[in-house]
Design a protein around this ligand. Sequence first.
Ligand code: F6P
Length: 554
Amino acid sequence: MPALTRSPAWKALKAHHKTLAKRHLRELFAADPRRFDQFSLQFNDILLDYSKNRINKETLRLLIALAKQAELKRWIKKILSGEKINNTENRAALHMALRNRSGRDIQVDGRDLMPQVEKSLEHMRRFSDAVRSGTTRGHTHKAFTDVVNLGIGGSHLGPLMVTKALKPYASPHLRLHFVSNVDGSDLADALRGLNPETTLFLVVSKTFTTAETLANARSARKWLLDKLPEEAVTKHFAAVSANPDAAKEFGILANHVFEFWDWVGGRYSLWSAVGLSIAISIGMDNFSELLGGAYQMDEHFIDAPLEKNMPVILGLLSIWYTNFFGAETHAVLPYDQLLRYLPAYLQQLEMESNGKRVTRDGEAVNYATAPIIWGEAGTNGQHSFYQLIAQGTRFVPMDFLAACEAQHTFAEHHALLLANFFAQSEGLMQGQTESEVDGEPARHKAFPGNQPSNSILFRKLDPKTLGALIALYEHKVFVESVIWNVNPFDQWGVELGKTLAKKILRELFMSGKTDSHDSSTNGLINYFKEATKSSPPPSPRERGGKVRVRGNKQ
Ligand code: F6P
């Protein structure tokens, strides 16, 4: 059994929880008028108010003791030292090297990584400048007007989230599109109305073996070649991969292949050439600002004392709720339409990293790990699921995020938005007793409050601030992983589904009934086969793949 739950720091928190859990946040605020001063931190333009959490000074002291017991500072040094802390894949996890501005070497296997990082950034600058200025053109010499990123997971969510968040910084001459789903509707939707002569595709895949991305890349190629000759592929496709040979084999020009490395995890990769769509959209100077903001947060994470360290505080609060209050979820609620993809991005970051059930050494954990991350941009969520947070039976810790300055001209909207941002964290914390509600039915109108939240308020959603915010969450996830003693950099859980899908794909094109699965899966497959008997979908072989067509024997 892992030692964590038997450790002194854990036991002390458990005992402390018994008394603190009985206290309402209202009470904690009433007892201490300086609560905001005590439980808030500022870093550059970012304010973290964590006073609406179910903690007091003692909680914080005990959580810090837990971090010390887990040797968090030593783990931060380890990650930076290039040690292969992704132990199940024997890899380092050095996304921090991608934004390192310190002038210090960052080494793996005795080799400084910084020269290749710089070279790749320079390659990105040349290419993105040329696309933006129209120097690089398509086969028929027309400038590109549309750029389509084909990728999934970490090769999609980071670029999508950042590109949308930084739309006010984007070139007005280029439209960015993102296709991830193997469902052809995604690609069809993105390509509707586009002109192959002015469309550039970026195939982004660390492995260059991901079925969804390769299917989309093949179909995009076919779409292009319906109008243009074969040699157009060299002009209209670029690739980003840690497997550059596979990208070249696909027909992509060597100079259009952007490399990154196995020491960059997919969900930590937007800082590498995976961010090429971001650089094309906002320009390389703004992309550098994004890296700069993340670098400053890295330095804060490395240097700040634990009790003044933003990612450490967020990580420890998450442990507090997950492991001591039994919280199952954590809601991410950006009061900023530009950040509407942040919940989806953080879902992968946190759930693929820390959704683990064994420790680094393979021992089964006897405590909960990553919560379910979900959310929606404010105020939309208020008109759908906030009712459950207010009066349902669930305990829901939350992060509220908002910018002080708007980046649009509808000035009056921003005060309305921010009023809601302030009101929701207050209301869900305070609640309303039966005697406080306005009229009957008082029982139905009353709600308990006591839902904890962090408020992250920043001056403006500029590239630098966004970089810092993303790095803040990356490090929060790392802090949790250190406490839970899990490897946040592998994702073996996604493999079984991929293997089964390959097998089932073959079966879909075989004649007769499928009987090699459980009765439910057989039943579903056979229903599908029956329903599509008169118009079977084209097999992968017909589309250039390797699978036998229906009618062949198994
Ligand atoms: O299947 C999960 C995953 O491996 C993610 O970790 C990754 O971000 C995504 O697939 C895409 O992988 P790739 O960049 O290799 O196509």
